[in-house]
Design a protein around this ligand. Structure first.
Ligand code: ATP
Ligand code: MG
Length: 446
């Protein structure tokens, strides 16, 4: 048997316990924000038939051309793909289960996505997205609702400056007219474009606008602008979005080159960007995709959605969220019968709603107390031979030991009073720290 170490797949990350607090903080606030706008969770499989993505994303996108993890199911020959994004899967599910039978619906999802990219900071092969899809809404209000939801989330997270960029992609016929002129322009300037852009002139010219190549970008300054080809209904839709955003005091930048990575968008598209993450500065992208239902075999249905890159947001949050203690109470013992009593005590404390770690091996009491201290617990409960003989446990406060803290001195408590006494002590602690927080906030406000 080989004894070589096995490592994770390149570009796929382990989330270690030290990063769990910040992730859970993000998840709590994101879910609360989504719920506060009436979005409900949907969970779809990580693996979908390859056709779901081929049909929806467009053949000439980065994802379909080179980033999909596709494979043949050797048991039945089906062509399957690990989802590179989740809008197509959600729409597939909405059609399959007639979710819009009773009217429009607002859905959110959370989970891993897979793209075979060149791994670098902010760009991984497995990464997480939280996204929302509003299905069956045609008015500009739903774009605004989603942007407000996101702004509320950035605020709640205290994310620091992120900018909203907006563009309008119009409708298919408007893009077609623009495309003709754009292709003519790009052909005339072929030599100034990078190889990828040259290749896309015929296949997907709008995506050339999205190029990150400096030479190509400079050339595009003079390219025909899609905005000049939009008819009144598209312009009015976009104007209404902007007007409502101004009313709600959301600042934004117009970015005529914003076309987004995926083909299925129309009308409003948006991205939230920051310059604090190096080259991968987009933390969220979204927009309207009224044509996607039909591409996947459904009835024409207006829809709009967004997706947040969780790793990028977590990187912005950094270490701002304090580590949470592992538990409220750490129970130590001397093995044998004292372990049995300690086990019973720990279970009864959990019954009362406390988070409890019961020491699991037979170390000395001194070394167990060091573990208790390192766990971040407020209190240690000691179940030694003397305690067991008189049906008691000793309780010791582990945090700053001033006289006012309950159990500042180690104290024996009858087993049947242990849960109640500890709960009271934990509540007193909590009230104390809430008061301290309030004092700090008040003094900041002065
Ligand atoms: P990019 O232009 O950076 O490649 P994209 O257009 O491919 O982005 P979307 O498909 O819009 O990205 O995905 C929405 C969000 O998911 C992005 O804004 C980003 O925050 C995040 N994201 C996309 N690809 C990755 C990845 N490979 N690793 C980590 N996060 C990603
Ligand atoms: Mg991409």
């Amino acid at each position: 048997m080989s004894t070589h170490k096995v490592s994770a797949v390149r570009g796929m990350n382990d989330l270690l316990p030290s990063a769990a607090a910040v992730l859970q903080h993000f998840e709590r606030l994101a879910i609360a924000c989504l719920r506060s706008y009436g979005y409900r969770q949907i969970r779809t499989p990580i693996v979908e038939p390859t056709a779901v993505f081929r049909r929806s994303l467009g053949e000439v996108t980065d994802i379909v051309e080179k980033e999909m993890y596709s494979f043949v199911d050797s048991l039945n020959g089906d062509s399957l793909t690990l989802r590179p994004e989740n809008t197509a899967g959600v729409v597939r599910a909405a059609i399959e289960h007639s979710l819009l039978h009773e009217g429009p619906c607002r859905l959110w999802y959370y989970g891993p996505m897979y793209r075979h990219e060149r791994p670098q900071r902010g760009r991984y092969r497995e990464f997480f997205q939280v996204g929302a899809e509003a299905l069956g809404f045609s008015g500009p209000e739903v774009e605004v609702e989603q942007i407000l939801l996101l702004q509320r989330l950035w605020k709640a997270l205290e994310l620091g400056p992120v900018r909203l960029q907006l563009n309008c992609l119009g409708q298919a016929d408007e893009r077609l007219r623009h495309r003709r002129e754009l292709v003519a322009f790009l052909q005339a300037h072929r030599s100034e474009l990078d190889a990828d852009a040259q290749r896309r002139i015929e296949t997907n010219p709008l995506r050339v606008l999205d190029s990150k190549n400096a030479g190509t970008q400079a050339c595009l300054e003079r390219a025909p602008r899609l905005m000049d080809y939009l008819g009144d209904p598209s312009l009015q839709h976009f104007e209404r979005v902007q007007q409502l955003l101004r009313q709600e005091r959301v600042s934004f930048d117009m970015n005529p080159r914003l076309v987004r990575g995926l083909d299925y968008y129309n009308l409003t598209v948006f991205e939230w960007v920051t310059d604090r993450l190096g080259a991968q500065g987009t933390i969220c992208g979204g927009g309207r995709y009224d044509g996607l239902f039909e591409l996947l075999g459904g009835k024409p249905t207006a829809a709009c959605g967004f997706s947040i890159g969780v790793e990028r947001v977590l990187e912005l949050l950094g270490e701002t969220v304090p580590q949470e203690p592992t538990c409220d109470v750490y129970v130590v013992h001397q093995g044998g019968a004292t372990y049995e009593a300690a086990l019973r005590a720990a279970e009864s404390l959990r019954d009362a709603g406390m988070d409890v770690v019961l020491h699991a091996d037979s170390a000395s009491l001194k070394s167990q107390m060091r573990k208790a201290d390192a766990s971040g617990a407020e209190f240690a409960v000691i179940v030694g031979e003397e305690e067991v003989a008189e049906s008691t446990a000793s309780v010791k406060a582990l945090r700053p030991a001033t006289q006012s803290v309950p159990f500042a001195r180690q104290e024996r408590v009858a087993m049947n009073e242990l849960a109640g006494r500890l709960l009271d002590a934990l509540c007193a602690e909590e009230a104390d720290s809430t008061q301290a927080d309030a004092r700090a906030t008040a003094s900041q406000a002065l």
